[in-house]
Design a protein around this ligand. Structure first.
Ligand SMILES: NC(=O)c1ccc[n+]([C@@H]2O[C@H](COP(=O)([O-])OP(=O)(O)OC[C@H]3O[C@@H](n4cnc5c(N)ncnc54)[C@H](OP(=O)(O)O)[C@@H]3O)[C@@H](O)[C@H]2O)c1
Length: 330
């Protein structure tokens, strides 16, 4: 396994991180534990969970905890050597203190995550979503407490843009609090809104760990125009978790599948290799239902995207608009 650095943390992580959002349903406990063990045996050392994950059962504000509990059981005898990430901030109940990034909620949820994960420390504790009610300064104070207590090693952000990451870095410099080391954002061939944030992360040694780089399975090549989704696929089992597929989307997917065919690379690996080649990428958080899917993802590390494909991909998956720079542009 060719490990990559996670920002400036000093941690070395596998370029594929195992996501656990499907633990509980459609991946029941015993299969999920086997999946974790199989992934570790393939060389993966990075696992991503969240206090709210409970598979397809999840509804906004439900208590979560299922994926953490299963992950804790899976790691009971294999915790050493694993970089374990979990998240806090999404709603876990109806009450005003059941969500967000206040000190009260973070430090309360941290205890619950440690208990469910059966561990004394979280390697990477991630703030899941921005919280408009809590200044980032307050959140940073909570992380500082958790790090000083030895319950958290490093602190990361998810769904925060470069402006918010910049504020976190500035506040940490000012207060001596922990520096944000990673950014978990949505990023894929089909979803490039935050593309220019990658350059910011590269400049400031923040490791990017994107989620849904397979876009929930759309970028695996298994969905076909004018055909029902395969029976055991997410689009068949939990359509709310996959984008609607219209003609324009299939036009795009078919061009990308053509490029992958031309490069003689399976679509899953073409997608993941392209994503891993983007700036600041530390590790892709990939979801899986079966071990063979994890093995395919790990196989990506043997694959190289032909150099001319990057501009060709840009023609099909355009970059977001950016102000032109008349001084520095060629
Ligand atoms: N920070 C956040 O806000 C956030 C949000 C979402 C997710 N996440 C994290 O990111 C992880 C990944 O998210 P995700 O699972 O939604 O997206 P994903 O990785 O893009 O999609 C994973 C799904 O694609 C299908 N798949 C994977 N490998 C395949 C293969 N080789 N061939 C065919 N199908 C394949 C599987 O679904 P089927 O086989 O069922 O079709 C699998 O469950 C989550 O587990 C979670 O840890 C974080």
């Amino acid at each position: 396994m060719q490990y990559r650095t996670l920002g400036n943390s000093g941690l070395l992580v596998s370029p594929i991180c195992l996501g656990t959002m499907t633990f509980g349903e459609p991946v029941p406990e015993s299969a999920a534990i086997e999946l974790v063990h199989g992934a570790l045996d393939l060389g993966i050392n990075f696992i991503d969970t969240a206090n709210v994950y409970e598979g397809y059962q999840r509804v906004l504000g439900s208590a979560g905890g299922v994926a953490e509990e299963i992950t804790g059981k899976a790691l009971r005898d294999r915790r050493d050597g694993v970089v374990l990430a979990t998240k806090v901030g999404a709603p876990v109940g109806p009450g005003p203190q059941d969500r967000g990034l206040s000190k009260t909620h973070i430090l309360h949820q941290l205890e619950r995550s440690l208990r469910l994960l059966q561990t004394d420390y979280i390697d990477l504790y991630i703030i899941h979503w921005p919280d408009k009610h809590t200044p980032l300064e307050t959140t940073l104070e909570a992380m500082d407490v958790a790090v000083r207590q030895g319950k958290v090693r490093y602190f990361g952000a998810s769904n925060h843009d470069a402006g918010q990451l910049c504020e976190l870095l500035w506040l940490a410099d000012r207060s001596g609090g922990p520096r944000v080391v990673s950014s978990q954002i949505p990023y894929s061939l089909l979803r490039r809104e935050l593309h220019y944030d990658l350059e910011f992360c590269a400049r400031h040694a923040i490791g990017v760990t994107p989620y849904q780089s397979l876009q929930g399975g759309l970028l695996t090549g298994k969905y076909r125009r004018d055909a029902e989704p395969p029976a055991d696929s997410r689009a068949a089992e939990k359509p709310q978790w996959v984008w609607d597929r219209d003609a324009a989307l299939y036009d795009q997917l078919e061009v990308l599948e053509g490029l992958a065919r031309e490069a003689d690379i399976p679509m899953v690996q073409y997608t993941l290799a392209w994503t891993l080649a983007q700036p600041a990428m530390s590790s892709l958080v990939v979801g899986a239902k079966r071990l063979e899917q994890v093995a395919q993802a790990v196989g990506t590390l043997e694959v190289t995207i032909p150099a001319d494909h990057f501009t060709r991909v840009d023609q099909t998956c355009p970059l977001p608009w950016k102000q032109a720079d008349p001084i520095r542009s060629e």
